[in-house]
Design a protein around this ligand. Structure first.
Ligand code: NAP
Length: 313
């Protein structure tokens, strides 16, 4: 058997954090591989447009921004492979990543695998996923032209995507479990001003009902009175938060109570030579602008780690 190729740095995840880490690593002339399981862009591509990334005063589509990030990393020689990392051995100075296409070795690893949408975990959710239950408005919104849909959640994603869905649908019902939204005020103002949006306060979805054609209605419970009502919708978009993509990361890499990877200011995790960047990291603000900062910091410090003779043979 041939020895797996040894890279200076392997970056796992091709969202804004991973692509920025690749840009910095390649520009510093480290032998770098970026591994991404689906396509470059990551969770970013589930949104339509970005309005708060500096340098684009009119906003930019996530597709265009991803292409720009990618082109810049490629200009400095980014090598990229589409495969899924299933596990990682961090017991020795050289880290070994197992992938569907065989093992890869690295002196340092940057984990930038981001997050996946959290599930609501109610009856009907799994059964109707892809048939009325969705976690991506950009992907599925156009299927609901002139129909009524629900959005569950009160954070930035829920409210922003509710506004986006009004481009297609006749009406959006936002279902929120409290009496105030978590989303930033400017997004809230946009939603409140939109006649196609109704917010149902203090309500939770307890069941998702449907038939052979897909979702037909939701059972909603009033969190104050306990009353249950029915809301007819053709689709329900669930945006109730994020869970980190860390199933492949060994338990020795320390997590916070919610499962996000803990790092110091240099993006170093509890395991020497393993760094984390972007949404997968335990932090207060999950944005593109913070992800790219993490990516640059992680690549810089992974470089310092590689150069330090004490750390590997
Ligand atoms: P989030 O901020 O964690 O919000 C999740 C929402 O879902 C909250 O309103 C929460 O209610 C609700 N929720 C959670 N579990 C629920 C359950 N079991 N049943 C009903 N409701 C539930 O998640 P997010 O909106 O996906 O945002 C994730 C991160 O990405 C945030 O840091 C956000 O700022 C960022 N983001 C930023 C932008 C932007 O800047 N343009 C866009 C999208 C996302 P409570 O409010 O009661 O907790």
């Amino acid at each position: 058997m041939t020895t797996p190729e040894l890279y200076d740095m392997v970056i796992v995840g091709g969202g804004p954090a991973g692509l920025t880490a690749a840009l910095y690593a390649c520009r510093a002339r480290y032998k770098t591989l970026l591994v991404e399981r689906i396509g470059l862009g990551g969770q970013l591509l589930t949104y339509e447009k970005v309005d708060n990334y500096p340098g684009f005063p009119e906003g930019i589509t996530t597709f265009e921004l991803t292409e720009l990030f990618k082109a810049q990393a490629v200009r400095f020689g980014m090598e990229h492979r589409s495969t899924e990392v299933t596990s990682m051995d961090v017991s020795g100075p050289i880290k070994v990543l197992q992938t569907a296409d065989g093992p890869i070795q690295a002196k340092a690893v940057i984990i930038a695998t981001g997050c996946a949408p959290k599930k609501l975990q109610v009856k009907g959710e799994a059964e109707f996923t892809g048939r009325g239950v969705s976690y991506c408005a950009v992907c599925d919104g156009p299927f609901y032209r002139n129909e009524t849909v629900a959005v569950v959640g009160g954070g930035d994603t829920a409210v922003e995507e509710a506004v986006y869905l009004t481009k297609f649908v006749s009406h959006v019902h936002i279902i929120h479990r409290r009496d105030a939204l978590r989303a930033v005020k400017i997004i809230q103002e946009e939603a409140f001003a939109n006649p196609k949006i109704t917010v149902h306060w203090n309500r939770v979805v307890t069941e998702i009902h449907g038939g052979p054609q897909g979702v037909t209605d939701l059972a909603l419970q009033d969190t104050l009175t306990g009353d249950v009502s029915r809301l007819e919708v053709a689709g329900v978009f669930i945006f109730v938060g994020l869970i980190p993509n860390t199933a492949w990361v060994p338990e020795t890499v320390r997590r916070d109570p919610l499962g996000f990877l803990m790092t110091d200011d240099d993006m170093a995790t509890s395991v020497p030579g393993v760094f984390a960047a972007g949404d997968v990291r335990s932090k207060s603000l999950r944005q593109i602008v913070t992800a790219v900062g993490d990516g640059a910091t992680a690549a810089f410090n992974a470089g310092r780690y590689i150069e330090s003779p004490a750390h590997h043979g």
